[in-house]
Design a binder for this molecule. Structure first.
Ligand code: NAP
Length: 295
């Protein structure tokens, strides 16, 4: 007997490619209109392998859509003060429309201090308090990239969020917290946020029409925790080592995909779900920052 899939796989790679094609088209139009071409600057501190890979992907994406980009690398011994001065320079550089400081930073540098030093209009990661707060304003500015990617996936797969029961597992400043606000503000959903101290997690997740998990614990969400027909978005990405994997490791989500997927109406895979959307959102934000600054 052939196993037939009863669920729709939410293909983040496909949607991210579509978004990149739309942005490429917009860059062509900007050229024809002799308008400013988006310019993204990327600051990388230290030589963490994973950060280098993320940054390489961001540079590649800029090249693909025709954005200008500048890479700025600093040794992990750079002082916080010196890094702040470099950020001042990028803030003032009128040619740079958006910039990001790749995280994590070395322990002697305060992430909050660095993030808050970025001009909100250029904060294309959407990390500053001003951009975070603007989620609940009438005029949202630049939205945090990963939550924006999740919202975009839901929209492009026609998942109606209005009045739906959404459960977000994970309440971090970068993902869970802003996403829950976006689901309320833009998605008009009824949202429950669960975290490490939530008692009886299953009693909440089982109520979810839309379940979004951003924790970083592979296999946290099992079959009995999910309602029949739910839409499940797995943001988790954890590198799991093991000789059974082709490269000695595999990237795992928070959801036990094999057993949960047959219960769902739609589900994201890991990898290939939310991951590609984060870079697509960064490009969308950079384009938006450029057009806001150069109407
Ligand atoms: P984080 O800062 O470590 O936050 C994790 C959140 O999960 C916290 O709110 C924590 O609760 C909560 N939590 C921990 N254990 C829990 C449990 N047993 N049950 C319920 N909640 C629990 O991580 P993050 O930056 O939000 O990232 C979460 C995951 O998403 C990670 O795997 C990360 O790699 C991935 N991620 C992927 C992308 C992408 O592009 N695909 C982007 C960003 C992040 P407390 O607040 O109480 O500690």
């Amino acid at each position: 007997m052939v196993d037939e899939k009863t669920y729709t796989l939410i293909d983040g790679r496909k949607i991210a490619t579509q978004i990149k094609e739309e942005i490429t088209q917009r860059v062509q139009e900007l050229k024809q209109e002799e308008k400013k071409i988006p310019h993204l600057a990327i600051i990388l501190v230290g030589d963490d392998g994973a950060s280098q890979t993320y940054v390489d992907h961001k540079v590649k994406a800029c090249k693909e859509v025709g954005f200008h980009y500048t890479m700025m690398r600093f040794a992990d011994t750079i002082s916080e003060d010196k890094l702040l001065k470099h950020i001042d320079q990028v803030n003032k550089d009128s040619d740079v429309d958006g910039f990001i400081v790749q995280l994590p930073l070395p322990a002697h540098i305060s992430v909050e201090k660095i993030t808050e030093h970025i001009r909100p209009e250029k904060d294309v990661d959407g990390f500053t308090n001003r951009n975070f707060g603007s989620i609940v304003s009438k005029n949202p500015l630049l939205m945090p990239a990963t939550p924006l990617g999740v919202m975009e996936l839901l929209k492009r797969y026609n998942v109606d969020t209005e009045g739906k029961n959404c459960v977000v597992v994970g309440a971090s400043r970068l993902v869970g917290a802003p996403l829950s606000m976006m689901l309320v503000e833009q998605g008009r959903a009824t949202v429950t946020v669960c975290h490490k101290y939530t008692k009886d997690l299953k009693s909440f997740t089982r109520q979810a029409d839309i379940l979004i998990v951003a924790v970083g614990k592979p296999g946290l969400i099992t079959e009995e925790m999910v309602k029949e027909g739910a839409v499940v978005i797995d943001v988790g990405t954890t590198r799991v080592e093991g000789s059974q994997f082709k490269n000695g490791y595999a990237i795992k989500g928070d959801v036990d995909f094999k057993n949960v997927a047959p219960k769902c109406s739609m589900i994201t895979p890991v990898p290939g779900g939310v991951g590609p959307m984060t870079i697509a959102s960064l490009l969308l934000n950079t384009l938006r920052a450029t057009e806001l600054r150069n109407p």
